[in-house]
Design a binder for this molecule. Structure first.
Ligand SMILES: [Ca+2]
Length: 297
């Protein structure tokens, strides 16, 4: 009982500490914003002393937002990649999306963070593509699938997908050259996909991504939410389909409920937005990196 009480007390202290920091953040920002608003709205702004301006600037700038909690914690996030992703955090592989094609499902992810170090997110995301770059190649109408990534993490550092993420394209196709030679949905034999290779050590914190391009943001309508999954205790995640001919492949009992989430529902009212490389259709296997840092106190 004594050990249990101690654990409960410790948890209470940690919760109080985090709550206090959040309240302080809000208080500082509110004071700063109020002073700035008063100043901007004042009819006598020209008469306001310079010190007042400086004070307002200082208050609105002093923010404890993104201050390191300095407490080890579990970070939970949600990732949806059309069609499949693998997530690494600080070089450690966290999870691979268990469904390679459809349904288009979001996956709940979790990892441990020391509460102090920068968090380097690395996500490989790939849109399904055959050797020609096309899907549904066993039908009379093969098509180029479009990729997309959207993700959010409750690390306290407001981490979500945006144009701040860096992107690198590994496979791209069909190439311009093969299109010029006649590659099309009805002439797949002429199609070629370029493989630029995976940069060595790209998931590691030490990797320099400064030369990578910024990700391109896309609207929900441009990226699309795809074919949503359904999940049940008895059947698992449904309904899988074939990337070759659209036929139903049934359900996957090995996929858990947290790996079979409806993306549109998971990302309602969040700041996260869809990102990809410049070409939604022809950039197929794409690498993303983002560094979330906090201020040490
Ligand atoms: Ca998937």
């Amino acid at each position: 009982m004594k050990i249990t009480s101690l654990v409960v007390t410790l948890r209470g202290c940690v919760s109080y500490h985090i709550m206090k920091k959040r309240l302080l953040n809000t208080l500082w920002q509110t004071i700063g914003n109020s002073i700035m608003s008063t100043f901007m709205a004042s009819k006598f702004s020209r008469l306001v002393h310079l010190e007042f301006v400086i004070l307002a600037f200082v208050f609105s700038s002093i923010s404890l937002a993104n201050e390191c909690p300095n407490i080890p914690q579990k970070v939970v996030g949600t990732v949806y990649c059309d069609n499949q992703f693998t997530l690494w955090v600080n070089g450690n592989k966290i999870v691979t999306d268990p469904i390679a094609f459809t349904p288009h499902q979001a996956v709940k992810v979790a990892f441990d963070w020391d509460g102090t170090s920068s968090i380097i997110y690395a996500i490989q995301c790939e849109d399904y593509a055959s050797d020609s770059g096309y899907e549904y190649i066993k039908t009379s109408r093969p098509k180029l699938g479009d990729g997309a990534l959207i993700a959010k993490f409750n690390d306290g550092l407001t981490t979500h997908t945006s144009a701040d993420w860096r992107v690198y394209t590994v496979t791209y196709g069909p190439t311009d050259a093969s299109l010029a030679k006649g590659c099309s949905g009805s002439n797949l034999g002429k199609c070629e996909v370029e493989n630029r290779g995976i940069p060595k050590g790209w998931t590691l914190p030490s990797f320099d991504d400064s030369k990578w391009q910024h990700a391109t943001p896309y609207s929900n309508a441009e990226a699309g939410w795809g074919r949503p999954p359904t999940w049940s205790e008895t059947k698992g995640c449904c309904t899988l389909t074939s990337p070759n001919d659209r036929s139903s492949l049934g359900c996957d009992m090995s996929v858990t409920e947290n790996e079979c989430l409806v993306p549109r529902s998971e990302f309602l009212n969040t700041s996260a937005g869809f990102i990809w490389a410049k070409d939604l259709d022809r950039d197929n296997r794409v690498l993303f990196r983002y560094t979330a840092s906090c201020k040490s106190s």
